[in-house]
Ligand binder design. Structure first.
Ligand SMILES: [Zn+2]
Length: 389
């Protein structure tokens, strides 16, 4: 069980969860009447009335008079100029940060590359400096931050708050990442997996909007997934659901850094793609493979198509298990568009049961590279709301 929090199912944890739902709903839909919030959340009008009164008292929402369907109505909206939030999303080899008052009100965002297999201290230090510079450039400063959400491209154990596998991010072994960033920024930091945050972003305002069962796949140097069940991101019992990169697609395949054989990552991670093309094109990076594939280079196109087919096999497993409506694809490989998606669709059609394959739509994410920081801002907004509630 989580330490420090109230037990799941207790009155205060229920109330906190309900507050988060109201904030999420207002983030997604904009200003609503209390009746509309009740309809969207499924909570009773009396509960909504209490929550809105508390949120207004805390300055998180603002009330205004309006007319709805010809009748006078009070609209509830997230307060403008409200508390300043930050999202920090680590990719395998970059950091993206954003500041805003909510996921739909991004003030500024910025990206910085990161060396492969960097140490956690270096990564967190760069993230803090990047955030500091972004705040100063926008006339704000670090003490203005009310809440930060931090995303890492690794399983994040919600029980310990640490990276759930030391083998997947070796430089982050045993590092309490959220606590260290909290010390650097002097603001509360909530930790999640980057693919989960991107799924939150696409769920809020992108390709997964209004989707009940779905998934977000982040395809860059490695593969990550955020699962959506019942219209919400599903994190599993300890927060590590969605590790599709370590799903076995060939028991006799190459040994993965996690210690198992034939993980999806060993076929579609950037080292595999680079190894496939290097004999004919010499030393090359992932970015170049993608650019050359877009320009029509047959070798690079072939590498992307092969990766798409391997992805299709793993996604077929996901399709069989979840029966999703939509799978949204983002990350660097998504820049190759239909070249990748068509190969993935082929793999899904070949390996998934026909009825599940026929009902899933494989699409590009709508938010591009911003999906994870947008989701991080939403996560920060709900974490702050839960904290002050
Ligand atoms: Zn693995």
């Amino acid at each position: 069980m989580k330490t420090g929090g109230s037990a799941p199912g207790s009155q205060s944890s229920l109330r906190r969860a309900n507050r988060e739902r109201v904030v999420e709903t207002l983030s997604a839909h904009g200003p609503l009447t209390q009746v509309e919030i009740s309809g969207a959340t499924g909570l009773s009008p009396a509960t909504i009335s209490n929550l809105v009164r508390d949120l207004a008292a805390d300055g998180e929402v603002a009330l205004s008079n309006s007319v709805r369907n010809g009748r006078r109505a009070v609209l509830v909206a997230l307060a403008e100029g409200g508390p300043l939030l930050a999202g920090v999303a680590f990719g395998d080899r970059d950091i993206r940060v954003a500041i805003g008052t909510g996921p739909n009100d991004v003030i500024a965002s910025q990206r910085m590359p990161l060396p492969q297999d960097h140490h956690a201290d270096e990564g967190l230090d760069r993230a803090a400096r990047l955030l500091h510079d972004l705040l100063v450039d926008n006339g704000r400063s670090v003490p203005d931050l009310d809440q930060v959400a931090l995303g890492l491209p690794a399983p994040v154990d919600s029980v310990t708050g640490a990276v759930g596998s030391e083998l997947i991010m070796p430089g982050w072994r045993g590092v309490p990442a959220a606590a260290e960033l909290e010390t650097a920024l002097r603001a509360p930091v909530v930790l999640d997996n980057t693919a989960n945050l991107a799924a939150e972003g696409e769920l809020l305002a992108g390709a997964l909007s209004r989707v009940s069962t779905g998934a977000y796949l982040k395809l860059s140097h490695g593969v990550g997934a955020g699962l959506v069940i019942g219209g919400r991101v599903f994190r599993g019992s300890a927060g590590t659901a969605g590790e599709i990169g370590h799903v076995t697609i060939d028991e006799a395949g190459p040994v993965c850094r996690c210690g198992n054989r034939g993980c999806l990552n060993t076929y579609v991670g950037s080292p595999a793609l680079i190894a496939a093309i290097a004999p004919s094109q010499g030393p090359i990076g992932l970015r170049d493979i993608i650019a050359r594939a877009q320009q029509g280079d047959p070798g690079c196109r072939r590498v992307i198509v092969d990766a798409g087919r391997h992805l299709g096999v793993a996604v077929a497993g996901l399709v069989n298990l979840l029966n999703p409506e939509v799978i949204a694809v983002g990350g660097q490989l998504a820049r190759t568009g239909d070249l990748l998606l068509d190969a993935m669709r082929e793999g899904v059609e070949r390996s998934a049961i026909p009825s599940a394959a026929a009902s899933v739509e494989l699409v590009l994410g709508a938010l591009g590279d911003e999906a994870d920081v947008r989701g991080a801002l939403l996560r920060a907004a709900t974490a702050r709301s839960a904290r002050v509630g």
